[in-house]
Design a protein around this ligand. Structure first.
Ligand code: HEM
Length: 480
């Protein structure tokens, strides 16, 4: 199916066996997960890379300490043969290129950040200090370590059981992640477990957009019902995603996070790499910089932001949000752009809030149908709030309370960036709820929406106070 008025196709069949297509393509079946489960082992000619990756983690699969436990990875990487020609042989096999990308960028991250890890385990000052042992030196490698490696880093222990959480294992790990009960495994696999529910988010979005696009001929009441059904599907899936997100607390412990996190830092806005990194033989020897692995590269929340037309403030912090949107597979990036335009062109928000439709409605049924769109809209915004609020709680417990390092793995300022977007969603909810008169009177939206809005008003105040407190303690400006 196509996004209305565009040539962008959303797959309804994941085309599992087609290796000429990229691994990451949006579909209503697999959502934002790769079209097929990731390739686990590289072909034989890459055995030196495979061997190195298996011997790399702090704790290897065999239970013995690996190279990262003693800081020997750097020397081992220097011994790797140049396999560029072997890589070229696979340039038509795009899922294989993805597996190679995953594996080489795992090595690249570990190579670059091994010195940080060694300082961390020696108990040297928390918060990284600028140092250039590897940073200013040269790195043969390609690509930055991005979030999509996480989504291409799971295998099924028992293929018949599919994507059940207990059946998921990591393919590659830095620290203890090959043990599925470790915090490193939990951190990555909860992401996979959430994104597994993204198919219906896409399917529901497409139905809602199509309902507006195919206006001609459809009865207005039928059209609104179809639109509402689409929003209901998205809402159901977002609730599941948020429910799974809550399991993070038990699957990955806040106190363990800072140790494996060392390896997922990027090389943008980080004191360890003040001038970026030189990729030998690339970019005329000039340093390059990339953001690190971050859930900010995930596509579910950006899809909600674009579909729901959530207004972000014009701040330098929002520019970082836009920059994160560049770090995703090109098919996902284009999908998000087309959804944004389509939602605006079709006037999805105006239709959902139905100011005119409510005024002009002739029957109670028609009025009720518009009120239902409004409820669904508020509830969807609430799912985005819920996600971002939990996320702020993660940042507080896993990061702010554990380290004074001022930037997150993706290079955003840790105290102010997440609140920038969270506060924006809550402002939007307050504004909409007020404008449509949802709190009382004939357009009253009911108890559930009222409780949601009560919570929003408490959280808005709480967030402001918390951010002010952290800004004061750390001497940073609230604008980032
Ligand atoms: C312990 C758990 C987590 C922690 C500590 C954490 C931390 C962070 C941090 C610090 C950022 C700021 C961006 C940056 O990296 O520079 C971020 C952004 C983000 N992360 Fe996470 N994250 C966690 C789990 C997740 C999960 C499970 C998802 C699910 C997909 C996720 C999705 C996102 C998104 C969408 C953003 C962008 C936020 C926005 O648009 O407002 N994160 N994360």
């Amino acid at each position: 199916m196509f996004i209305p008025n565009t040539s962008f196709e959303v797959l309804e069949d994941a085309k599992l066996d087609d290796i000429s297509l990229p691994a990451f393509m949006v579909s209503t079946i697999r959502g934002f997960l790769p079209r097929m489960d990731p390739i686990v082992t590289l072909p034989q000619e890459f055995d030196p890379v495979e061997d190195l990756l298996q011997s790399m983690p702090v704790l290897t699969h065999s239970g013995r300490p690996g190279f990262l436990a003693s800081g020997r990875l750097g020397d081992e990487v220097e011994k790797l043969p140049d396999l560029t020609e072997e890589i070229e042989k696979y340039h038509n096999n795009l899922p294989m290129m993805n597996a190679l990308y995953r594996d080489y960028s795992f090595l690249a991250s570990a190579y670059l950040l091994e010195p940080c890890h060694m300082r961390f385990i020696k108990g040297e000052p928390t918060g990284f200090k600028p140092f250039m042992e590897y940073a200013g030196s040269c790195l043969s490698g390609w690509g930055a370590n991005i979030y999509y490696n996480a989504l291409f880093n799971y295998r099924l222990e028992n293929p018949d059981r599919g994507l059940e959480y207990d059946n998921l294992r990591l393919i590659r790990a830095f620290e203890h992640g090959l043990d599925p009960s470790s915090s490193e495994a939990g951190f990555v696999l909860v992401h996979v477990d959430m994104v597994k529910n993204s198919g219906p988010i896409i399917a529901g979005t497409m139905s809602a957009l199509s309902a507006l696009h195919d206006r001609n001929g459809a009865e207005p009441a039928v059209q609104r019902e179809t639109f509402n059904d689409g929003l209901r599907t998205v809402l159901g899936a977002m609730r599941k995603v948020n429910g799974v997100m809550e399991t993070m607390w038990g699957k990955s412990k806040p106190r363990s996070y800072t140790s494996f996190r060392t390896f997922i830092f990027g090389i943008t806005s980080q004191s360890m790499f003040p001038d970026g990194v030189v990729y030998e033989g690339i970019n005329d020897g000039k340093p390059m910089s990339f953001r690190g692995e971050s859930g900010a590269n995930d596509s579910m929340i950006p899809l909600m932001d674009n579909l729901l037309q959530i207004q972000m403030p014009e701040t330098p912090l929002t520019e970082i949000l836009q920059d994160f949107r560049e770090y995703r597979p090109s098919n996902h990036r284009q999908f998000l752009v087309e959804i944004k335009h389509c939602s605006e062109d079709l006037g999805v928000k105006d239709f959902a809030l139905g100011i005119d439709s409510y005024r002009l409605a002739r029957t109670d049924e028609e009025k009720e149908s518009v009120l239902e769109s409004r409820r669904l809209w508020i509830k969807l915004l609430d799912q985005v709030r819920d996600f971002r609020w939990r996320h702020w709680c993660f940042a507080r417990e896993y990061i702010l309370k554990q380290t004074s390092h001022p930037t997150a793995t993706g290079g955003s300022p840790i105290v102010t960036w997440l609140p920038n977007q969270l506060q924006a969603v809550m402002e939007e909810m307050v504004e909409i709820y007020g404008n449509i008169g949802g709190q009382s009177g004939p357009a009253y939206l009911g108890e559930e929406c009222r409780s949601i809005m009560d919570l929003v008003s408490r959280q808005r105040d709480m967030l402001r106070k918390e951010v002010d407190k952290y800004c004061q303690e750390r001497g940073v400006s609230a604008r980032g």
